[in-house]
Design a protein around this ligand. Structure first.
Ligand code: RTP
Ligand code: MG
Length: 260
């Protein structure tokens, strides 16, 4: 007759089955069947093979509770382990309601103070928070590195020359939809198209040529992180999300500007 014992191990209930020893015999009638146990059979067998393993007394669970190997959960497959650790990280990370993007006013617009002022006002009027800004001028090497992805294109040399030809202004902008909002305010890359399809956009209004098209904007969250690090190497996105983003979000949601 099968006798079932319950062992609580590491907070988990582990069910073990064994055959009852035959009457009068000091040993169990049969060694425990691995298939009758939810603890893995090999674990029990290993415990029984230990040099000091105690012989069981009839009627008691065998081997004694203290000498049993712990019941361990079988390891998760690699894919599931990654998923579980990502879910844990997401649970402990603060919520990210604000998105960051990199915006640049290119040399053609910075050369005209009124254009520069107008683009700056577009940023402010569209409820972006200006997290950081700086005026700078690139060397040719900076320009080549930043536009590496376009290095095989016909316009690459022209672009590199232009972007290192004069001062620029760079911003880290925060907004719920920072990337897509800034890209839609910029308008299409090609100025001729911008003038026809989005005449009120920044490029439609101030753009000069397909190269001298006034502004730059990150096109994805990954590009934004990479480009922000390129222009603002001292800025830590992680710290900003941890300390400043929650405050800024609270301020944006609050009607009073006293505490913000
Ligand atoms: P950006 O990177 O400056 O925000 O512009 P984008 O995404 O709209 O356009 P992208 O394809 O990334 O091109 C980068 C910059 O290269 C110059 N360009 N010139 N002559 C041309 O046909 C041409 N095409 C692109 C522009 O300055 C463009 O912004
Ligand atoms: Mg681009």
């Amino acid at each position: 007759m099968a006798l079932w014992t319950l062992a609580v191990d590491q907070g988990r209930i582990c069910k073990e089955g064994r055959e009852e020893p035959s009457r009068g015999s000091p040993l169990p009638a049969a060694s425990p069947s691995p298939s009758s146990s939810s603890c893995k059979g090999p674990a029990r067998a290993a415990a029984a093979r230990q040099p000091g393993a105690t012989r069981p007394r009839p009627g008691l669970a065998w081997p004694p509770l203290a000498s049993r190997l712990p019941c361990r959960r079988p390891p998760l497959p690699a894919g599931q382990r990654v998923l579980v650790s990502r879910m844990r990280a997401l649970r402990s990370a603060p919520p990210r309601a604000l998105q960051l993007t990199l915006a640049v006013i290119k040399p053609d617009a910075v050369a005209h103070p009124l254009f520069l002022q107008a683009v700056h006002e577009t940023i402010v009027n569209n409820r972006f928070s200006i997290v950081k800004s700086k005026d700078l001028q690139w060397s040719r090497q900076d320009s080549q590195r930043f536009y590496q992805e376009h290095s095989g294109r016909f316009f690459y040399q022209r672009l590199v020359e232009f972007m290192s030809s004069g001062p620029m202004r760079a911003y880290i902008l925060a907004h719920e939809e920072a990337i897509s909002l800034w890209r839609s305010l910029m308008g299409p890359t090609k100025v001729f198209r911008a003038q026809h399809t989005a005449p009120k956009s920044i490029r439609g209004t101030f753009g000069l040529t397909d190269t001298r098209n006034t502004v730059h904007g990150s096109d994805s969250a990954e590009s934004a992180s990479r480009e922000i690090a390129f222009f603002f190497p001292e800025f830590s996105e992680e710290d900003w999300y941890r300390h400043e983003e929650p405050q800024l979000r609270a301020c944006n949601g609050s009607k009073s500007e006293v505490d913000c």
